[in-house]
Design a binder for this molecule. Structure first.
Ligand code: SF4
Length: 462
């Protein structure tokens, strides 16, 4: 079909497309079709009547066509601002992976690898007990697997488990991103990989092996943290859940209970972030106000299409309610908020449902719109060919990540904060990975990372 289109453009406009020009136009025609179901032939025909295209001669013909197609591709943004073509990411189209692994529920490993030094650990015991029929293989180091097996992203969700002894990477500051006001969050690096499969998940771009890595030496994390904690002058916010879902496998790992018991008497907030309702272990112990269980929220239509194998919105909210009754603090992450026709109605309903389930104030709520490194879009297209979220109004921002343009983000953040504030004037809100201008345009007062951090910590230490 696309070869015909190339000939059609060349004959209609009477010039020959070189390889790069054709890559750009093919990509634009494809994305216009994916977002608005406009047939490429109809789009090409409509260009014949455009004055800019009629007037352009020679090489400029291509640029005039490309500009018009960018207008179709970004209907909202092109009405507001002149789009710089350098900010439009036009990668070569590639076929979806034919043999992509998808997660199954409940999670059942295909095979469990265990590092020699993790043998005999409680985590090995938990996996052997839960999966008595699954094969175990011993490795000196989990890296051996990667050396022997060439990895392709279609294998990302292959259900392999690596039980390891973490040696170096225990605690680190959240890297946030350049040009942005950070919230000075800390990461307890407890695991990498996730049994859920969100189309927008950034792990797809970082992972160089399939499966899930789980450290067995929780005691070493606590020893490391003891040393780190002694040096802290002020409270911090720290959590797992940057490179995994904090609770998705908690019925097997039992991490939550040990973490809550360890952190409950410390002068900090410890956060477990999840899209699951796997809270049975937390309900078996006494809750604590500084243990924050955070649920990521999205409308159910997006959970169905973009967050495979995760718990439903109703399940997440029901779990939150139980945890609050048990004495835990709650937080919520609206991240990523995704723009689509009708998003306002759907997200407003999620806010209404949230406040129908839990008492305010909450510990914090974060807001973040869809964003990603551009390389991620290429992986997502091949792993999730049915997903269309990357055909929204995403352009390369200052940091060369794909983001919605400023006017759209501001509109979305203002709407979200307005709906939340109708119920709740006290819960601290913050924006994830946004620059100072956006914070200010959306009515947020903190203008340094220190002030952002203080605004999130203070309600807890009054
Ligand atoms: S729950 Fe989080 S870590 Fe898991 S797939 Fe979704 S975005 Fe990635």
């Amino acid at each position: 079909m696309y070869d015909d289109l190339k000939s059609k453009i060349e004959s209609t406009f009477n010039f020959r497309l070189n390889r790069n020009q054709w890559r750009d136009l093919k990509r634009l025609l494809y994305e216009i079709y994916r977002r608005d179901q406009k047939e490429p032939r109809t789009v090409i025909d409509s260009l014949k009547n455009k004055t800019s295209v009629k007037k352009a001669g020679g090489r400029n013909k291509f640029f005039a066509i490309k500009k018009e197609l960018i207008g179709y591709r970004y209907p909202l943004t092109s009405q507001k601002i002149a789009i710089d073509t350098k900010d439009v990411f036009l990668a070569e189209l590639k076929e979806p992976f034919p043999d992509n692994y998808s997660p199954t529920t409940p999670f059942v490993p295909e095979k469990i690898f265990i590092e020699k030094e993790a043998r005999g650990s409680y985590l090995e015991g938990r996996f052997r007990f839960t999966f008595p029929d699954i094969e175990f293989e011993e490795l000196i180091l989990s890296g051996e697997y990667i050396k022997k097996h060439k990895f392709s992203p279609h294998q990302l969700k292959r259900p392999l488990v690596f039980i390891v002894k973490e040696r170096w990477d225990f605690i680190k500051p959240c890297p946030c991103t350049s040009h942005c006001l950070s919230c000075r969050y800390w990461i307890l690096n407890l695991g990498f990989g996730c049994p859920f499969d969100c189309s927008y998940c950034f792990l797809q771009q970082y992972a160089n092996f399939p499966g899930i890595v789980l450290p067995a030496n929780l005691d070493d994390f606590f020893t490391q943290f003891d040393g780190f904690y002694k040096k802290l002058k002020n409270p911090i916010r720290i959590g797992t859940g940057e490179f995994c879902d904090s609770l998705a496998l908690d019925d097997i790992t039992g991490y939550s209970r040990q973490l809550a018991e360890y952190f409950r008497d410390k002068n900090l907030f410890f956060e477990l972030k999840t899209k699951s309702d796997n809270i049975a272990n937390l309900l078996k112990i006494t809750g604590a106000a500084n243990i924050v269980i955070a649920f990521s929220l999205n409308p159910q239509t997006l959970i169905d299409s973009e967050e495979q194998a995760s718990s439903s919105l109703s399940q997440r909210l029901a779990a939150a309610k139980q945890l609050q009754e048990k004495g835990y603090s709650l937080a919520f992450h609206f991240d990523p908020i995704i723009y689509y026709e009708g998003w306002e109605n759907d997200y407003k309903k999620v806010v209404d449902r949230l406040y129908g389930h839990v008492r305010s104030p909450l510990r914090w709520i974060s807001l973040g719109t869809l964003r990603s490194a551009r390389e991620l879009k290429n992986v997502v297209e091949r792993r999730f060919p049915q997903s269309s979220i990357f055909y929204g109004e995403l352009l390369l921002g200052k940091d060369r990540k794909l983001r919605y343009p400023k006017f759209l983000k501001t509109r979305m953040f203002k709407k979200m904060t307005g709906w939340i504030r109708e119920y709740d004037s006290k819960t601290p809100l913050y924006l994830c990975m946004e620059d100072k201008d956006i914070w200010q345009d959306c009515g947020f007062t903190p203008d340094t990372s220190q002030k952002v951090e203080r605004s999130l910590l203070l309600p807890g230490i009054d």
